[in-house]
Write a protein that binds this ligand. Structure first.
Ligand SMILES: NC(=O)c1ccc[n+]([C@@H]2O[C@H](COP(=O)([O-])OP(=O)(O)OC[C@H]3O[C@@H](n4cnc5c(N)ncnc54)[C@H](OP(=O)(O)O)[C@@H]3O)[C@@H](O)[C@H]2O)c1
Length: 336
């Protein structure tokens, strides 16, 4: 292993002391991870907060085998040490990365294929807000959902980290974007980001609104993080040959729906989770993002929507903010 100067053996990390509310997130002293072959060690400057971290904290989303038990699915910082078999990265490079866990810490080790350079002109806190959402949206909307220029995307939860990313990317690639959100303020934010139509789902039925917005045709691709009764309603809101991509089931994993819609409209209902996928799969997404999305980030055609930044030690406040549900875009931890 090649290392930079002065890597300590111990570091501060935020651990989940037991399953429970935000206050179970506590600073702990841990060993600095040692990168193995194909891995790099990042001196973390900022770490993104994601809804799956909240689920993990509650004990409902255990880390996959081999991953750190510490929360944190994305980070940015400088390369501090290189494992064997690393050719692209040098010590001191400014990078951001998708992490299989362990982002809420001063150091994190990651597979080199999950690492990308900081987008041009980005601060560390901005860069830490990118990987989890951009990897997820790229794979689910464009690869799995096959969204094409001129098609309509319906994004549920438009003001979420995932939703704000999906709106911007779909709009940048020439799609017509319809979104749902739970307040006027959130709908206004979605419109500012490029959504063509924002539906306050507490006041309007999204099926009717999507049909109205598309001249009765429906949405070609639906990115859904809600599940529950949205499953049947998504089948209604979808266009013929529509693709519905499930990335979460916040309103319930069990639903009843009229499956004849799948036959009549020739729908595809698919879904995925990112975290347990192979390092090769993540490296392929990283390469696609660097080629097709990094230039858009570099010119600010798309950029993460920053909600609030908290110091690492206050990770519990970041989780509280996320669970209050008032945030628009990304919550990030400043690691210093
Ligand atoms: N499959 C994957 O690979 C993957 C990867 C990353 C994230 N995810 C999932 O994607 C979702 C978004 O993640 P995030 O980090 O961006 O979280 P986030 O910012 O906290 O967003 C959660 C969103 O869900 C919406 N929502 C929650 N319950 C709802 C309901 N019953 N009806 C309608 N909308 C509802 C909220 O919208 P309102 O406030 O407007 O109600 C909120 O915008 C999470 O569920 C997360 O687990 C999946």
């Amino acid at each position: 292993m090649a290392s930079g100067h002065k890597i300590p053996t111990r570091m501060t990390a935020i651990a989940i002391s037991q399953p429970g509310g935000p206050r179970v997130l506590k600073p702990e002293t841990r060993d600095v991870p040692v990168p193995g072959p194909g891995e790099i060690l990042i001196r973390v400057r900022a770490a993104g907060v994601n809804r799956p971290d909240v689920q993990q904290r509650k004990g409902a989303y255990p880390p996959p085998p081999g991953a750190s038990d510490l929360p944190g699915l994305e980070a940015s910082g400088e390369v501090a040490a290189l494992g064997d078999e690393i050719s692209r990265w040098r010590i001191g490079d400014r990078v951001c990365a998708l992490t299989p866990g362990g982002g809420y810490a001063e150091y994190v080790k990651v597979h080199a294929g999950s690492v990308l350079p900081l987008p041009a002109g980005f601060t560390h806190t901005e860069a830490a807000a990118v990987p989890e959402n951009y990897f997820t949206v790229w794979h689910n909307v464009f690869e799995r959902g096959g969204l094409k220029k001129g098609e309509t995307l319906l994004v549920h939860g438009g003001s979420s980290g995932i939703g704000t990313t999906a709106i911007q990317l779909a709009s940048a690639f020439g799609a017509y974007v319809v979104t749902t959100a739970g307040s006027k303020e959130k709908c206004d934010a979605c419109l500012k980001l490029g959504a063509d139509r924002a539906i306050n789902y507490r006041e309007e039925d999204f099926v009717t609104a999507v049909k109205d917005a598309t001249g009765g045709k429906g949405a070609d691709v639906i990115l859904d993080m809600v599940g529950g009764d949205y499953v049947a309603r998504n089948y209604e809101a979808a266009a013929v040959e529509g693709r519905i991509v499930q990335i979460a089931v916040q309103a319930g994993a069990v639903a009843s729906a009229d499956f004849s819609k799948i036959m009549v409209k020739r729908l595809t209902h698919t879904g995925s989770t990112l975290r347990p996928r192979t390092v090769e799969f993540k490296a392929a997404i990283a390469a696609a993002l660097e080629a097709q999305v990094w230039p858009l980030l570099g010119t600010r055609k798309v950029s993460p929507v920053m909600d609030m930044i908290f110091p690492l030690a206050d990770a519990w406040r970041a989780h509280e903010r996320m669970e209050e549900g008032e945030h628009i875009g990304k919550i990030v931890l400043d690691v210093g």
